[in-house]
Design a binder for this molecule. Sequence first.
Ligand code: ATP
Length: 380
Amino acid sequence: MSESTTESRNDESDRAAEGEEEPLLSLKNIEVHFKQGGLLQRVLGEEAVRAVDDVSLDIYENDVIALVGESGCGKTTLGKTAIGLQRPTGGTVEFRGEDFWEVPEEERSELRRALQIIHQDPAGALNPNRTVRSTLAEPLKRWNPDMGPGERESQINELLERVGMTPAHDYATRYPHQLSGGEQQRVALGRALLMEPDIILADEAVSALDVSLRIEMMDLLLELQDFVDTSYVFISHDLANARYLAEKSDGRIGVMYLGNLVEIGSVDQILKNPQHPYTKVMLWSTPVLNPDIAEKTANQAPPVRQIDVPDPADPPSGCPFQTRCPEAREVCAQQDPDRTETEDGHEVACFRQEPDHDYWQSPPLEEPQPGEAVEGTTQN
Ligand SMILES: Nc1ncnc2c1ncn2[C@@H]1O[C@H](COP(=O)(O)OP(=O)(O)OP(=O)(O)O)[C@@H](O)[C@H]1O
């Protein structure tokens, strides 16, 4: 990325920090609870799966947010909610100041154009019976019906060159099965870019690629960001990918746990100065990302009280991480901490951030006995 772009993004985050810039998209107290539909589940009266639970997040112009967290923590559901593919069961999605789910349907479909997705499996997202040209022509025909075939052709060729598929006329006639995984992902990205999106949700979009191709693809995402002025919500279960993308773009990393966004901040804040006990556990399990933490915790058991992951249909009371948190005290089982923000924009949902909180007077939670089930957990 050019230095000037980095500077301008820094300026943007500064403006955001000073409260001058309006967010492009504002997620407010988002809840997505999936009712379990099976007969057995209804008979047993099982609760809804709390895929996302009271998450608020602002996304700015040309922003990059990398969401990380273990499988099932709600990354995809939150990402889809941000781009209007998932209607939340609670809270609001405001896009350019308008409530996405309150605008009339035609207006909403215009907003959808500005909110695009690229998936992990590009082959599944591309029609096997369509050439690259036909795949890319389709959105142009839909959104620019006045564009003539000549102009369409030249836009498609220009785009293919931008996503590194040259000679464009050669790639344009190929079918998805005649492309490598990386090339398929480039076509999927190109199709999203033709919509001139404001936000692209890249959902594990590089996970299926070889390591070297992953870097190439992430570099391409950022290079094209300058060209189309888009923001990215980048989902990855791999913290190394999240770090690469967020570091190069001066973006943020958001850490999710059990439907909650427990910590969000710059790459340095999350990797060098993690505050939430869950973020520390994540770093413990990827020592290469923070050798200091790795050195301190070498030969130690994982920094969790117990390894069983709570069931999102029956989450623990209080803080979602309290059943595993090595720092948990009794108050953590009673109250759910809000995210608090430091002056430099590092947000953490943990009572330990608040020097005057009752937490500090609260007795430690009793250790669960071996084999003892803690409320709200599934025994693996
Ligand atoms: N349509 C659905 N109906 C019922 N439950 C769902 C649905 N979609 C997701 N879930 C559940 O919601 C929770 C969060 O899922 P989600 O896919 O958002 O997590 P994730 O962090 O993206 O996980 P992964 O990395 O495995 O995709 C999981 O328990 C999942 O089983």
